[in-house]
Design a protein around this ligand. Sequence first.
Ligand SMILES: *Cc1c(COP(=O)(O)O)cnc(C)c1O
Length: 393
Amino acid sequence: MNPFDDELQRRLAALREQNLFRELRRVDSAQGPHLRINGETFLNFSSNDYLGLANHPALKEAAIKAVEKFGAGAGAARLVSGSLAPFHELEEKLAAFKQTGAALTFSTGYAAAIGTITSLVGKDDVIILDKLVHACIVDAAKLSGAKLRVFDHNDLVDLEKILIWADEKKRGAQTSTRTLIVTESIFSMDGDAAPLREIVALKDKYGAWLMVDEAHATGIIGQNGRGLADELGVGRRIEIQMGTLGKALGASGGYICGSRALIDYLINRARSFIFSTAPVPAAAAAAIAGIHLVESAEGKARRKSLFSRVEALNLKLKIKNSKLPSAIIPLILGDETAALTAASQLRAQHIFVPAIRYPTVARGAARLRITLTAEHTADDVATLCAALPALNA
Ligand SMILES: *Cc1c(COP(=O)(O)O)cnc(C)c1O
């Protein structure tokens, strides 16, 4: 082997030793409650396709029609070769759905976070993150060069302490400095909710900006699935609302919703938007169909079915419903090996639940991350519950 590969093999061996090595599992079926892996069928509790739209006939048909009319590829970045109609239609739809002045879509949620945060704040500014925000927000914050501060998860006292510090820093500064707070609404690995009303009150008190990532709330939480900000009545007071089209909306891509000024600014400044080929038009068409569905009676029925499965599982696991229920139910096992063993024991029973380890969660906070979807039946949940106690046997 050559020295380059030797070096990488050594690094991989270190990951294996710590039980942190990861590999891809090839799936030969569409996304849904059942997956075909190596010729066997598994009951799937790993998907973020919470409403079961990824393989829905309406989304597939919309994507096929878009391919027929607009082709397979977009040809160039949207500022270069013209901006295909499906993206505009999608952005109008998103702005209406989120009740904001405008919207902009990106190739992924990851790209949306990177482009937006790095264009809004720089080295003279302060960015304040909840300790558990998604990796794309952490990466964006680092890349922005802004002074990075982290508050304990959902801890308003800690957040205010940092805001006071940032305020004092601002007073002493020559240049005008901005403070941006970023949080999620429903957290991706814990499924709990941020106290958005209180965070909005704090950011107003200290003149900070607020960005909320609704990746795990859009489509499933609140009236018509508009998300937690809307549900709590604070949507209009949040400067930047972000999310993905790839989870409950069943398609692919990321979005930012906010004022017309914000969107015009991002079109001019967000490098992950400017310097990247537009997504395939079929993805935009599928996302439009996804939002239509989420807002329809069928969407409402799917949310109802999802939350009745969530309630059944929470009841079995004796998880108190004091918190807002979400589709994400973590079973925290702590040790990386314990999480891997649990996941492989479930796989032996043809149940697919991912073991989530560092660096997705903190070291020693490894877990099984169970996600439910509207497509799961009551029997599916019963099968999972019957398999789970075996973990402790
Ligand atoms: C999945 C996710 C993203 C990234 O969205 P993609 O469209 O998958 O790139 C961003 N934020 C959170 C909280 C997520 O869970």
